[in-house]
Design a protein around this ligand. Structure first.
Ligand code: 5GP
Ligand code: ZN
Length: 114
């Protein structure tokens, strides 16, 4: 999708620090990490947010979830644990309108979020 930041990252038009890629999914370091490990995992196909997910997305999102354990293991946080979160819309403080899952770890995280 034109002018979508994360679509441009997938296309290589904007540089990113890749940690994982396959035909359907791309994962990269967050530019402003909120924890020692802060990775963003996105579907390559543009989906605006979790609010836009439909049945046609179930295969790709199931696959995205299935690669999280490998990404977490490679990042060294599989044993200590981590958080997977997706922000939706204004109250969710979503700032990039391309569905993305934050993977946060490497320190004790607080709960609930503010
Ligand atoms: P959101 O606030 O939408 O849940 O998360 C968007 C995330 O994208 C933020 O954590 C922000 O730091 C990250 N981000 C924004 N612009 C860029 C960028 O150009 N490159 C990378 N790697 N991350 C970005
Ligand atoms: Zn996009």
């Amino acid at each position: 999708m034109e002018n979508c930041l994360f679509c441009q990252i997938v296309a290589g038009e904007i540089p990113s620090q890749k940690v994982y890629e396959d035909d359907f999914v791309y994962a990269f370091q967050d530019i402003r990490p909120q924890a020692p490990i802060h990775i963003l995992i996105i579907p390559k196909r543009h989906i605006s947010s979790a609010q836009s997910v439909t049945d046609s997305d179930t295969a790709i999102l199931g696959h995205l979830h299935a690669v999280i354990p490998q990404i977490a293991a490679n990042a060294g946080i599989a044993e200590t644990g981590y958080r997977v979160v997706t922000n939706v819309g204004r109250h969710g403080q979503q700032t990039v309108p391309h569905l993305h899952y934050h993977v946060l770890g490497g320190r004790q995280l607080g709960w609930p979020p503010g």
